[in-house]
Design a protein around this ligand. Structure first.
Ligand code: ADP
Ligand code: MG
Length: 410
């Protein structure tokens, strides 16, 4: 196995129309040229900290404020730098994860999903349009590669998708509608309130969601249909409950299984002398693309009980994510990390929240992971922006130990 640091990218969205019309709102985030550094001017003129410039450096910085600027990064560029390399990771049999972190309105969903166009040529398997986000682009590229590989070698490919959200520490399947109706030989009404799903531990594959529907897809357009089902499920749920989308985490999973059908002739090009008789190799990769709940602190004052419970739960998953990141970062510092496998000495509280339990392998485990921190450039968000940027700095020191998920079988 090899070690790899979590890749941390930051994306700055443009000021929106409302922010632009407010005279006192200014752009406080500067990205200098194509560097991976940015600065934030904190404090209003009334503050003691006025004029303080904070400096940050990351693996990647995407400036999406002004299309006129030379360093402007649109959807295609963000995809190519962040999720693009994870395609290779998946085909090599490694697990991969990309998660978007930031306050509500900072551009997480725009980055992950982008804007859906109904006239999209992608409905026929064509390429995603200009404003499509990371998920549709990743899926399109995945199938483009599969087709290219199949043309070259005898390959059996299986792609399975699942999509769910975590709200109030409860898991809801976003793709269960057609699943339920397809198997409803009994008279169970589809409208019936479905119970929340549970997390359990698989001895080999680790934590998983019990009874989560998984859907086999053989083309990009088939996959897109499921994505549309999930997105509309999510939208319906959040209209019914005001602002739910900003307080829920959504996780889109792709499992890729590749079996080389040509390697059973005993003439493997591998030089390692394994005593296993030549068998077909299956490489498996699980890719998780995650749109987290808004990272802003949720007010618990002056609300009703439900609201408070909601706030506490959201904080539970996001706070635990923070604790996990902090523990991994500290363990790295304390453990030295240079003498062999460095198990972090600090306790990592993965199981304290549903989110961190499910993302365990992606945080300090067997996965290549990218964090995309999204920020607003507006002066009125400077405090949240600084909080996000500091969080992202911490995440940069996390080390994952990746190994190929390979299993010989016949
Ligand atoms: P979040 O998911 O973090 O709450 P959204 O992705 O919904 O935030 O973004 C809030 C608004 O800003 C949306 O209207 C979105 O279209 C717009 N937006 C976000 N990022 C960008 C960007 N890079 N370029 C253009 N518009 C953006
Ligand atoms: Mg969102």
């Amino acid at each position: 196995s090899e070690e790899s640091n979590m890749i941390v990218a930051v994306r700055v969205r443009p000021l929106n129309a409302l922010e632009c019309t407010r005279g006192q709102v200014t752009n406080v985030v500067q990205v200098h040229g194509t560097s991976n550094e940015l600065t934030v001017q904190a404090g209003s003129s009334a503050d003691a900290s006025a004029g303080v410039t904070h400096f940050f450096s990351y693996d990647q910085v995407y400036y999406s404020c002004d299309p006129e600027k030379k360093n402007y990064a649109g959807q295609a560029k963000v995809f190519e730098g962040t999720a693009g390399p994870l395609i290779e990771t998946a085909f090599d049999g490694y697990n991969a994860c990309l998660f978007a972190y930031g306050q509500t309105g900072s551009g997480k969903s725009y980055s992950m999903m982008g804007i859906e166009a109904l006239d999209d040529a992608a409905l026929d398997g064509g390429p995603p349009h200009d404003e499509a986000g990371i998920i549709p682009r990743f899926c399109h590229e995945l199938f483009r590669r599969i087709e290219a590989l199949k043309a070259e070698q005898q390959l059996q490919v299986e792609v399975e998708v699942s999509y769910f959200e975590i709200y109030n520490e409860k898991i809801h399947d976003l793709l269960s509608v057609q699943h339920a109706s397809a198997s409803s030989v009994d008279s169970t009404p589809v409208q019936q309130q479905r119970p929340a799903l549970k997390v359990r531990e698989h001895p080999i594959f680790g934590p998983y969601v019990v009874d989560l529907s998984a859907h086999s897809v053989d083309s990009y357009s088939a996959l897109r249909n499921w994505l549309a089902v999930g997105n509309s499920q999510r939208a319906t749920a959040s209209t019914a409950m005001n602002d739910k989308s900003s307080r829920s985490h959504s996780i889109f999973n792709i499992v890729l299984n590749l079996t080389d059908l040509s390697s059973d002739d005993g003439l493997s090009s591998d030089t390692d002398s394994e005593s296993v008789p030549s068998l077909r190799q299956t490489r498996r990769s699980k890719i998780s693309l995650v749109d987290l709940a808004g990272s802003e602190r949720i007010s618990v004052s002056g609300s009703n009980g439900e609201r408070i419970r909601e706030g506490v739960s959201i904080n539970k998953s996001l706070l635990t994510l923070g604790k996990v990141i902090a523990a991994l970062a500290d363990g790295r510092k304390a453990g030295g990390g240079h003498n062999g496998p460095s198990t972090p000495s600090t306790f990592v509280p993965y199981r304290e929240s549903v989110l961190t339990w499910l993302l365990r392998e992606n945080l300090g485990g067997n996965s290549k992971t990218v964090m995309l921190a999204t920020i607003s450039p507006a002066s009125l968000h400077a405090d949240e922006t600084l909080a996000t940027l500091r969080y992202a700095c911490k995440a940069r020191s996390i080390v994952n130990r990746v190994k190929v998920n390979e299993s010989p079988h016949d």
